[in-house]
Design a protein around this ligand. Structure first.
Ligand code: FAD
Length: 358
């Protein structure tokens, strides 16, 4: 796989030689609020990656996880988080119907409220649609500049993030006021395996006092509905294997071959923007700069040219296999295994030879 160009840039927000050295503030007490998403009584895997990122900020970091919404599934997710993750110091639960849906206005207000009471040095969330929606608004309310898409944490104020669609990496020193707010790329922060003997007592669960929080925080946006594919397939952002189809599939009907292959491999389905724009599959399957960022063990791309915006979303995959009839397609520059062939011939052969999954 092609090596990334390293670009070291220093973001010196409001920092001059007359100000105190950032090193002095590294010694201060570090406490982090992780804004988490939950679904069906469990914390989403990307929020657990945000927890792992919080653990990387500094040793002895006191980490709180914030969960909000209403109903039994919220409390199930809170107990699950509290009992299964030794990194956590406490779980905060904001139980109100106002926070049932991920609307930025009430959520950002909640983050401001919790920050005012907790005085956290850092706030972290995953760079998911949820995090990208909420964190910038919360940062504006708290009058700080967020650092987005972090892929490496080298210290409490030192971060690395990709720029130029992933073609360069930028090192950032945060010198702004507290809290330092981050969105992290979940694929860069795997959750460490928790051995049975390292498990500690469950973290305490506290209710956030919402007496000053009311319908007033509802802004101009309104929740309409959630449309999502009801499928048994693994989540695209966390799957170990991803099978992606591009414009080379030529139709929605043909794209079903990709879905069949994914089923046989227990893989998630991805698509290029060209395939999404052509209506072969819904937008939630798009991988790339303006889609999902994935880094599975195995990424198989059928009929994908390898445009820079697509590579930005999958170039960190461990093994990349590309099937394209054009030997000069740019995807072959990042592929570990390349097959110059007609994709339909290859898929049909794979479908024939691979056993059904039970
Ligand atoms: C601001 C911006 C953001 C963007 N964000 C994204 C993004 O997030 N994700 C993304 O994917 N794109 C994104 N794009 C679009 C991107 O530039 C490309 O247009 C897109 O990735 C191309 O998709 P594709 O590879 O499916 O199609 P094409 O580039 O048309 O490639 C199709 C490939 O299929 C091959 N092929 C055709 N028939 C066969 C066959 N029978 N067998 C084998 N191979 C075959 C062809 O040789 C070709 O290489 C973005 C663009 C812009 C400007």
């Amino acid at each position: 796989m092609g090596a990334l160009v390293m670009l070291r840039a220093l973001r010196n927000r409001a920092f001059s030689s007359s100000q105190s050295s950032p090193v002095s503030s590294i010694c201060r007490f570090i406490s982090t609020l992780v804004i988490a998403e939950h679904e069906k009584g469990s914390v989403k895997p990307s929020s657990l990656n945000a927890l792992a990122a919080a653990g990387a900020i500094s040793e002895g970091n006191s980490i709180s996880m914030l969960l909000a919404g209403s109903g039994p599934s919220l409390h199930e997710a809170a107990s699950q988080a509290a009992s299964s993750h030794p990194l956590l110091s406490q779980v905060l639960v904001a139980d109100t119907d106002i926070l049932m849906h991920p609307l930025a206005e009430p959520w950002a207000e909640l983050v401001r409220l919790v920050q005012q009471r907790g005085g956290y040095s850092h706030i972290v969330t995953a760079s998911s649609s949820f995090g990208k929606n909420i964190l910038p608004r919360a940062a504006a309310l708290l009058d700080v500049s967020p650092v987005t898409d972090v892929i490496e944490i080298s210290g409490p104020q030192l971060f690395v993030r990709p720029i130029y669609a992933g073609n360069a990496l930028c090192s950032i020193r945060y010198t702004g006021a507290d809290p330092c707010m981050l969105t992290i790329r979940s694929t860069s922060f795997p959750l460490p395996l928790i051995s049975a003997d390292s498990k500690s007592d469950a973290a305490p669960i506290s209710q956030v006092d919402l007496s000053t929080f009311s319908e007033v925080v509802l802004g101009k946006s309104k929740w309409v509905k959630l449309t999502s594919q009801d499928t048994e397939r693994p989540d695209l952002g966390n799957a170990r294997v991803v099978v992606t189809g591009g414009r080379g599939l030529k139709s929605a009907e043909n794209f079903k071959l990709i879905e069949k292959l994914a089923e046989k491999l227990g893989a998630a389905v991805g698509a290029t923007r060209a395939a999404v724009d052509a209506g072969y599959v819904p937008n939630e399957l798009q991988v790339g700069q303006t889609g999902k960022i994935v880094a599975p063990e195995l990424y198989i791309a059928f009929g994908v040219s390898g445009a820079i915006q697509h590579l930005a979303g999958m170039r960190d995959s461990k093994v990349i296999v590309a099937i394209n009839k054009d030997a000069d397609a740019p995807i072959f520059q990042v592929a570990d295994y390349g097959v110059v062939a007609d994709l339909f011939q290859v898929i049909n052969e794979l479908l024939e030879k691979l056993p059904e999954r039970n």
